[in-house]
Design a protein around this ligand. Sequence first.
Ligand code: ATP
Length: 405
Amino acid sequence: MPTTENTAARNAGKTGNAGKAGNTANVASAMKAPGVRVDGLTVVYRTPAGELPAVRGIDLELPAGTITGVVGESGSGKSTLALSLLNAVQPPGRISAGSVEIDGLGDVVKLSGEDLRKARGRHIGYVFQAAQNSLNPLKTVGKQLLDLGRSHEIEDLRGLVRDAKDLLGRMGMDGARVLDSHQHELSGGMRQRVGIMLALVLNAHLVVLDEPTTALDMITQANILRIVREVHAERGLTTLVITHDLGVVAEVADRLAVMYGGRLVEQGPTTDVLSAPRHPYTQGLLRAIPRLLGDIGEARALPGRPPTLGTVPARGCVFRERCALRMDVCETEEPPVVVRGPSITACHAVAAADAGVDTDTTAGTATAGADAVPDAAHPAETADAPESAGAGEPAGVQGTRGEQP
Ligand SMILES: Nc1ncnc2c1ncn2[C@@H]1O[C@H](COP(=O)(O)OP(=O)(O)OP(=O)(O)O)[C@@H](O)[C@H]1O
């Protein structure tokens, strides 16, 4: 394992002229885990129906030195949020509002050109979704490592290779052999670890892992998560893990943020959110997890489907179509942010429950208010969606389908 000092010294070595004094300062600031503050982030994609938001009004803090997990169903905007941390949303997408402040770097949304390119890799390491397939099949891993080093103007390429071998060794691989290999000579788990090595080797202290274990078998997945935890602690990182798998965040994340329809609906310490979820969507996600022990039939799929860019409601709560606790106000008003200790939930029903307000529902299937808000400690027993909805569309879904923001 290369020491932070060695790697930083190698990186700093290339900045050895007066004109690059600013880089030296950045390298120094990158030596400790940065805090990250996402404020009012909105990302839109251009579609035949106009620009539609995939991520809307996201406020999220990644405290320095923590692992944050972002979960949500496919299409909820997780990858778009992750790409925004590097200001790497590609056309037809663009960040249309908000900021991403990273300690030592400033607002990356304002960075462009060479500054942005240097920030990626040096300050922000990124392991792409399906990293197993993202290596260049025509070049050895070592050649790709050297390309990466040259593109970041690393002068001490021998040091870079040494650090890469150390990292690969740390992750249980023969570094020299892996660097000599082409993609097809490596298993999925090995490629994933190569992706993690490439994200770390330039000494980035903010690391974004997009679905780091998708398509890996259980044993390999457990190994990768162990490596993520160890490397995070040893190198002093701030880490964001994107996944659709609650098991993954339960395994690695200190904090958990739940996305639905481009919005953050709940966030807080992982143990709090998983043991006492407050948002009906988080509760539904937890209910849907099959149990290994006990009654396997207890797991209940969340009725309905998540919205697409074209069907996500422009006003009110984005989850209301699948929510057993929906009320009139959910149709028109943004859910209020309810803060309880270190946890945040955006939900009218939770706000009403906390305020002790008794509320009627439009669906007529639940009596919202203090009594009807699911018992957070036993989400599986309460707040079911209407039985008649079955596994298909819940009652009332059609009402807002096709709404355009
Ligand atoms: N290039 C694009 N053009 C148009 N729409 C896009 C584009 N990329 C993503 N989207 C849409 O933006 C929304 C969010 O997508 P995103 O990939 O961020 O979600 P996700 O939660 O990461 O999903 P997954 O887990 O399937 O990757 C989806 O509705 C998706 O269809």
